[in-house]
Design a protein around this ligand. Structure first.
Ligand SMILES: [Zn+2]
Length: 144
């Protein structure tokens, strides 16, 4: 069975974050280490766009995490943690974050994108000229 079909079955054909029933697609939760079913969730366009674009984050939309953060699936837990961290300046979000318990491995995964950290706390990767590398930049490694 394809991952998409597995996810549709797992979720009951709804967005695993906000329960929307339309425009659903497979979202591979970055950084993709395992990928596959455990590394993915079924999300609606609305959720996925906001996950990928912090500036488009609509605070009220994410109150859905009140329910979905209790998902048994690690991909959903990790994304819930990230979005709550992004919004943690809002009281309600910090409250939920305080209640959300992730296993160590899942927490590491959730933290891996640096979500919720101030820029100064993020691990910044720079090239030899001190230019900050963004995801997607090509780096040529030279063996000396
Ligand atoms: Zn959604």
């Amino acid at each position: 069975m394809s991952i998409e079909k597995e996810l549709i079955k797992r979720s009951g054909s709804i967005c695993e974050l906000c329960s929307a029933t339309e425009n659903l697609k497979v979202y591979e939760v970055p950084p993709i280490s395992t990928g596959g079913l455990d590394g993915s969730l079924l999300g609606c366009n609305n959720c996925i766009e906001q996950i990928d674009n912090a500036e488009a984050t609509d605070e009220n939309h994410w109150r859905c995490l009140n329910d979905s953060m209790w998902s048994e699936f690690k991909a959903v837990q990790a994304v819930a943690w990230r979005m709550l961290s992004r919004l943690r300046s809002k009281g309600w979000s910090q409250d939920l974050l305080d209640m959300l318990y992730l296993e160590e491995e899942t927490l590491k995964w959730a933290e891996a994108t640096g979500e919720g950290l101030d820029d100064s706390e993020k691990i910044i990767h720079t090239d030899v000229n001190g230019v900050i590398l963004e995801a997607g930049d090509n780096v040529v490694l030279i063996k000396i």
